[in-house]
Ligand binder design. Structure first.
Ligand code: CTP
Ligand code: MG
Length: 399
């Protein structure tokens, strides 16, 4: 018999936004802060707070990644986690989260994944204040700037900032109040507190935290990256693991027998036998891609460039390497350098080594690439002239 958990508190983590203003390729919650996603960092705070059901609202198609992050962050609390698909607006996403609450839940916190660095103490303060007052509760900070009311370019009034607070999340509510307020909401509100207040309920303020800022623009992302401490260091001997460089390894083999010209190490080799493969068969480029993805923990070439991606059929090294560099950038990594060795009888590399290094390095945004080549003394498939093999090592560092 399994005993279902019966938590009194739930946290709905809304992570389904696209992050338009951040302007990265990935939805905002899946952009990297060092080695881990914004969502994963956010969940560290959630799971360090008092025990609660945790409902993650993910963008359509990203539910699996959200669950992986959640299981890793949850540790022994994995049974408390579920993932649901979000909607077109934040409000629709919160509604989707509400529909997944368990019967035991009496207090609901709604939290933006984009406030990735929110400390656990804020969750505790909000829960305590909901329990004490029965009101909706928001964490907020005093406004430090002098605020003006403007019309176009004209300042029309001063605003008394002592009457203002900047609202953050997690915002906490009695479940019955939040559900009833959502049921009657007839328009889009900017946060849950506004929606609950519009339904006639009281809302109180508790102290927020400067670390709870919302990652909205590229500047916010840079700030979060500089402040984020690594997630779950594995041992006390390496407490700053998330800030350390990371190494990766990759290897690839292609057989001769392709159509047209040979492409290897980003160069075309007229008069040489071609390699076969889904793309141009450039084993050197593919080994580098695998080494870079391995260093970043982003899977391998099949994860990102599999045969299901027709745009990479026949593509050359520059396309693969530029896309790989972009994937690493999204995950928060810079390439330090790459070393690759190719085993093959032909072509003769020495005369074009510098050219190959230049092309590969340019495709990686200027990171140095060194290319070495060797024969295998007639041994093995490379010695028999059946194909080529390449080995690559890459070093990357968190931005
Ligand atoms: N959110 C959501 N579903 C939506 C829109 C937003 O779950 N349809 C979540 C976001 O993932 C984020 C939080 O609500 O954690 C706050 O929204 P915001 O910072 O505006 O994020 P985005 O909508 O993703 O960003 P942008 O407005 O720049 O597109
Ligand atoms: Mg938005």
């Amino acid at each position: 018999m399994t005993i279902s958990p019966a938590p009194r508190v739930a946290v709905i983590v809304v992570a389904a936004g696209s992050g338009t203003r951040l302007g990265q390729d990935a939805p905002k919650a899946f952009v990297g802060l060092g080695a881990h996603t914004i969502l994963r960092h956010c969940l560290r705070g959630v799971f360090a707070a008092p025990e609660a059901q945790v409902v993650i609202v993910a963008p359509a198609g990203r539910e699996g990644e959200a669950l992986t992050d959640a299981r890793e962050a949850a540790g022994s609390r994995a049974a408390l986690v579920s993932v649901v698909t979000g909607g077109d607006t934040r409000q629709a996403s919160v509604s989707a989260g509400l529909a997944a609450l368990w019967p035991s839940v009496e207090v609901v916190l709604v939290h933006d994944a984009a406030r990735a660095l929110t400390p656990p103490a804020v969750f505790e303060r909000v829960i305590a204040a909901v329990d004490r007052t029965g009101w909706g509760v928001i964490p907020g900070l005093p406004v430090v700037d002098t605020i003006k009311r403007v019309e176009g370019q004209q300042v029309v009034a001063a605003v008394d900032r002592s009457q203002l607070a900047a609202a953050q999340t997690p915002q906490g509510f009695r479940r019955d109040v939040l559900e009833a307020s959502y049921a009657v909401a007839a328009e889009e509100f900017t946060d849950d507190a506004a929606l609950v207040a519009a339904a006639g309920h009281q809302v109180a303020l508790v102290e927020g935290d400067a670390l709870s800022f919302k990652i909205t623009t590229p500047d916010d992302l840079a700030r979060a990256r500089s402040l984020a401490v690594p997630v779950a260091p594995v041992s006390a001997a390496a407490p700053d693991r998330g800030l350390m460089p990371r190494v990766g390894v990759g290897t690839d083999v292609h057989a001769f027998g392709g159509e047209g010209a040979l492409w290897l190490a980003g160069l075309e080799w007229p008069g040489e036998a071609a390699l076969s493969g889904h793309s141009d068969g450039d084993a050197v480029a593919h080994a580098i891609v695998d080494a870079l993805l391995s260093a970043a923990g982003l899977g391998d070439i099949g994860t990102h460039f599999g045969t299901s991606r027709p745009e990479f059929a026949g593509a050359h090294a520059d396309a693969f390497l530029a896309r790989t560099r972009a994937l690493l950038g999204e995950a928060g990594f810079d390439i330090v350098n790459v070393a690759v060795q190719v085993q093959s009888n032909r072509p003769k590399f020495a005369p074009r080594r510098a050219e190959a290094e230049g092309v590969l390095s340019a495709a990686l945004g200027g990171a140095p690439v060194s290319v070495a080549a060797t024969t295998t003394d007639g041994l093995g498939f490379t010695g028999a002239g059946e194909g080529v093999q390449a080995f690559a090592v890459a070093l990357i560092r968190p931005i």
